[in-house]
Design a protein around this ligand. Structure first.
Ligand code: NOJ
Length: 577
């Protein structure tokens, strides 16, 4: 008997231990209830009339942001930049770009955000700097003893294929904004004839070393070599510089790109595990969010949240990218699931997402954002009415993991096709247009004349503006608020509630899933198609609607329950067993 008791106690303590350590790996407690808002700072609110948004502009809108139910921000890069890639070509990692204000403006933004219970995360461009940065200039100058000599990857000889890539790139319409090729010619550098880039040519790769350096390639240093180790120290320094100013975390740009020739990412993972251990020791309340799009690798690497987006694992596109748009163009599916034609399938999403979710839900969070600065908004092409957008928003705000709303999606801002590229934006311009606050030529974003605007605005005759939607209790804006309120007040629907698809996967409408925690279950049903749709699911219980958009009916049976949803409808039910 005593033996049995001891065993039971041991089992219980093991359970607590494992759940405690899983909890610790998931990160600080605030993440369990976090709902993020992503701001592209150039486009949110301009207070000095130059047509470009700034930090005081964001600070002035914190009450609005809070009113949404948002409690965390991620800002795209705000550091001094060469502006050839929307701020991702950083000149000085320790200084706010003058177009946005000063470091003091950032400290003030953080202070004001914290007063309102809002966390502030910045963008950590870990893989590269601008070729205009002091680091790069000094490295290029060629003094081998210089502190920055090995901050970058230099070579005097490259392969024929690499040379050919350079030629092809030079023939492209805008070589600056070409992603082609790995090496860039550096005619004025004494350090080497070529440098390795990470993305655009203005973005030389920082040297974190190679996973398996080839002895015949002198530019391939080991990750333990002095240069790569100095770069790691610099990265930690950048993080602590901003953490010490009150910043709550970083979204890490191209997090998988740091260690070169690392096909299985083992050495990159080790690097991030080291960073995570360091962060947990000194800044346990801060978080790391990866742009990796492969949670099965990035979460064990130490990230608290990983985005599943347009890159990496095939999840996001099959749900949201219509075929006739820049992001859906070359994809091999009939239509995306959230297309009004109702010809989409959620099978690829289900297969990949559920695998990633099941493997990581105890250790970290997956984020399926409403959009971001690199791809389309939900309002694109034929998906353009408030009813359709409410169905999409229901998905974004009832999935597990940490929700991210891209600024303006809460009012249904439209992806603007065909805009002239700016600062390396390519087709991404249409997703970076100024926030639409009110009607009028600059949508209340700036006091400048419309020709000075960072990108043009189109409020659809004032309809798609915060001011208009505030007045309408059925607006997407107010619907978003309702969803976030329900999420925050309902543990089963919040970031840690379990998720399971209960409708069949494939070309099935509506899509139905459960969210549950501690014996409490909610059912979410979504019909993004333009036709009425009905499906049967395993019996759940009696269902009480919490939120409905459009028209939905839940019929409880003895063995199975039946859901019928009109075109463009969604519903969230609480189940009473
Ligand atoms: C990913 C960022 O999201 C994108 O905007 C940028 O162009 C590249 N990384 C390069 O930093």
């Amino acid at each position: 008997m005593r033996h049995k008791q001891t065993l039971a106690l041991l089992a219980a303590s093991l359970l607590t231990c494992s759940s405690m350590s899983a909890q610790a790996q998931k990160g600080p407690e605030w993440l369990a209830d976090a709902a993020f808002y992503q701001i592209y700072p150039s486009s949110y609110m301009d207070t000095d009339g130059d047509g470009i948004g700034d930090l005081p502009g964001i600070t002035s809108k914190l009450d609005y942001i809070k009113s949404l139910g948002i409690n965390a921000l991620w800002l795209n890069p705000i550091f001094e930049s060469g502006w050839f890639d929307g701020g991702y070509d950083i000149i000085d990692f320790y200084k706010v770009d003058p177009r946005f204000g000063t470091n003091t403006d950032l400290v003030n933004l953080v202070k004001e955000a914290h007063k309102r219970g809002i966390k502030v995360c910045l963008d950590l461009v870990a893989g590269h700097s601008s070729n205009k940065s002091e680091w790069f200039k000094q490295s290029a100058a060629g003094d081998r003893n210089d502190r920055y000599a090995d901050y970058y990857i230099w070579s005097d000889s490259i392969s024929q294929k690499d040379k050919h890539d350079i030629e092809l790139r030079n023939q492209e319409a805008d070589p600056q904004s070409s992603k082609r090729g790995a090496w860039v010619e550096a005619p004025n550098a004494s350090r080497g004839k070529y440098y390795l880039k990470n993305y655009y040519i203005c973005q030389p790769a920082l040297n974190y070393g190679y996973a398996n350096p080839n002895p015949n390639h002198p530019w391939e240093q080991s990750v333990d070599a002095p240069g790569p180790q100095a770069v790691r120290r610099e990265l930690r320094n950048i993080m602590s510089f901003w953490f010490d100013k009150g910043v709550d975390g970083f979204r890490v740009d191209m997090a998988a790109s740091l260690v070169k020739n690392d096909p299985d990412k083992k050495v990159t993972v080790k690097l991030w595990q080291e960073m995570r251990a360091w962060k947990d020791k000194y800044y346990p309340q801060c978080v790391l969010i990866s742009e990796w799009s492969n949670p099965e690798v990035s979460i064990p690497a130490g990230f608290n949240i990983d985005f599943m987006i347009h890159i990496g694992t095939n999840v996001y596109c099959t749900l949201f990218f219509p075929r006739d748009t820049p992001w859906g163009k070359n994809k091999n599916y009939t239509e995306c699931y959230f297309d009004p034609s109702g010809k989409g399938s959620n099978k690829t999403f289900f297969d990949n997402y559920s695998k990633a979710y099941n493997a990581t839900c105890d250790k970290g969070y997956i984020a399926l954002p409403s959009a971001n600065h690199d791809f389309q908004r939900p309002n694109i092409g034929r998906r353009n009415t408030p009813d359709q957008l409410k169905v999409a928003m229901t998905f974004f705000l009832t999935m597990p993991g940490v929700p991210f709303i891209y600024y303006g999606d809460e009012i249904g801002m439209k992806y603007q096709p065909g805009l002239t590229p700016k600062e390396g934006s390519r087709e991404r311009s249409g997703t970076r247009t100024p926030m639409q606050w009110t009607s009028g030529p600059t949508a209340g974003f700036s006091t400048c004349t419309p020709d000075k605007l960072y990108f043009p605005v189109d409020t659809e005759k004032g309809k798609i503006t915060v001011a208009e939607e505030e007045k309408d209790k059925n607006s997407l804006l107010n619907y978003t608020r309702k969803l976030l309120q329900l999420r925050h007040s309902t543990p089963a629907l919040n970031n840690n509630g379990k998720w399971q698809l209960v409708s069949q996967e494939g070309n099935v409408y509506p899509m139905v899933y459960t969210r549950s925690l501690n014996g409490v279950t909610y059912v979410v049903a979504l019909n993004p198609s333009g036709r009425k749709a009905m499906t049967s699911i395993a019996h759940q219980g009696k269902a009480t609607p919490q939120i409905v958009t459009g028209k939905a009916n839940y019929k409880t049976g003895s063995k199975s329950d039946q859901l019928t949803l009109n075109a463009f409808s969604a519903a969230v039910y609480r189940i009473n067993q």
